[in-house]
Design a protein. Structure first.
Length: 74
């Protein structure tokens, strides 16, 4: 892992991220806006549930696929 390796967003976790959880709080964000959390394998389900019960979770994508999407937008 390097300083540039994306890490999990779970509190206290320093593991490499594998997943991107795209979310949106409809009370404060426009419908097309996507905020992101990163997740390791261990925390993907927990973070997804946290966002899901609030109605915020929009998409769960492998980090590699997310980066490929972002590269394609440029």
């Amino acid at each position: 892992m390097t300083d540039e390796t994306p890490i999990c967003s779970a509190k206290g976790c320093r593991a490499a991220a594998v997943w991107v959880l795209a979310w949106n709080n409809p009370k404060i964000h426009t419908p097309e806006r996507r905020k992101t959390w990163l997740a390791c394998e261990e925390h993907r389900e927990h973070l997804s549930q946290f966002l899901g019960v609030r109605g915020f979770l929009k998409d769960v994508v492998l980090l590699k696929e997310w980066e490929e999407r972002e590269d394609g937008d440029g």
